[in-house]
Ligand binder design. Structure first.
Ligand code: ATP
Length: 352
């Protein structure tokens, strides 16, 4: 059993099932993100782990102990919310020490722990301030310190960066990850921002309509998506419609152009599928060897400076690709016939 183990978790509000058979094991010290569009159930799972929401069924265990029935304040879990939720009438020090005071910690121990926490978040000078005297980023650091002060076993972060402006978001991203690593605290981070999830996490759970569609490292999620939803939600993607001609031999038709994929396909002959490729694996020109080569015409050219984004119309759809600017080579003209290549290994085959 994993350090934090979520088994067959379900949640229904009335007739609406918003979390469906959710299973996840999080290892000690791991940083896992829940990534998905608004309304997919991320926060509901987090709130059930925190104890703010009662599951309809299923179990949540920490270190083998079933905590599903425990009230929130007895779970030893720290939580940070999207809106900083600091106590406005308490100073930074009093906010950070709040959980320790409630737990009956002595004054000296509380003072020393609060000092440690202020150092950890890089705000040792600001202990006497009130929340309204802090920037959004500083308030969120204090909220993090307050959650961590009582030494929780698990840290839950519910979109903690989404109220901040872009620059602060990126610096706080790195800081949260540094603090999480320093403390080795098992963490779940909820976000709908794919860049946040990919850049911060050991593993990502991509959620869709209450279901964990795929669980994997950022690298796996991006390069080997197992569902069409994951492929389209994370990163940009080219999709071409195809018909399976011979599944065992990996032969398909793009429009009326036969293409051999060099691998057996799961679909049945006659079935519609999608071929999918990230823009960065599509190259202009013919690459021999282990590549699918398609003929097409330049449909769109965006000169962005260092990068030129090109769209090529091929049978079955449009393929976007990026090339680097070369001062001695002007971008291709619209309508120019070209060939594009995609390696067999990186071409994804998805159910239509
Ligand atoms: P967001 O990113 O917008 O917060 P989310 O993925 O976290 O979305 P949840 O907040 O978990 O989604 O909500 C999942 C679904 O459950 C939504 O359709 C929401 O309207 C519904 N829901 C959440 N809480 C309740 C509630 N207390 N009563 C009824 N429906 C609820």
């Amino acid at each position: 059993m994993a350090f934090l183990d979520i088994q067959h978790l379900e949640k229904a509000f009335g007739a609406m099932r918003v979390v469906k058979d959710f299973n996840l094991g999080v290892e000690k010290g791991e940083f896992v993100s829940f990534l998905g569009p608004s309304g997919c159930g991320k926060t509901t799972v987090l709130r059930m782990v925190a104890g703010f929401e009662t599951p309809t069924s299923g179990a949540i265990c920490i270190e083998g102990r079933n905590i599903t029935g425990l009230p929130a304040n007895r779970r030893n879990i720290g939580m940070v919310f999207q809106a900083y939720a600091l106590f406005p009438n308490l100073t930074v020090e009093e906010n950070i020490g709040f959980g320790l005071k409630v737990a009956g910690e002595g004054k000296a121990a509380t003072r020393s722990r609060v000092g440690e926490m202020l150092e950890l978040i890089g705000l040792p000078q600001l202990g006497g301030r009130y929340p309204f005297q802090l920037s959004g980023g500083q308030q969120q650091r204090v909220a993090l310190a307050r959650a961590l002060a009582p030494r929780p076993q698990v840290l839950l972060l519910d979109e903690p960066l989404s109220a901040l402006d872009a620059k602060i978001r990126i610096s706080l991203r790195e800081e949260i990850r540094r603090i999480q690593r320093d403390l080795g605290i098992t963490t779940i981070f909820v976000t709908h921002d794919q860049e946040e999830a990919l850049s911060m996490s050991d593993r990502v759970v991509v959620m869709h309509q209450g279901i964990a569609d795929q669980v994997g490292t950022p690298f796996e999620i991006y390069n080997r998506p197992t569902t069409r939803f994951v492929a389209q939600f994370v990163g940009s993607l080219n999709l071409l419609d195809a018909n399976v001609v011979d599944a065992a031999a990996g032969k398909v038709l793009l429009g009326d152009v036969p293409v051999s994929l060099n691998r057996p396909l799961l679909g049945r002959s006659g079935e519609r599928i999608s071929l999918a490729a990230r823009p960065e694996i599509v190259t202009l020109g013919r690459s021999d060897g282990d590549h699918v080569v398609l003929a097409g015409r330049i449909a769109d050219v965006h000169f962005l400076g260092s990068v030129i984004r090109i769209r090529v119309a091929v049978e079955g759809g449009l393929l976007s690709l990026d090339t680097f600017n070369q001062p001695d080579r002007p971008p291709p003209l619209l309508g120019t016939p070209v060939e594009v290549s995609v390696s067999h290994r990186d071409l994804l085959v998805l159910a239509a």
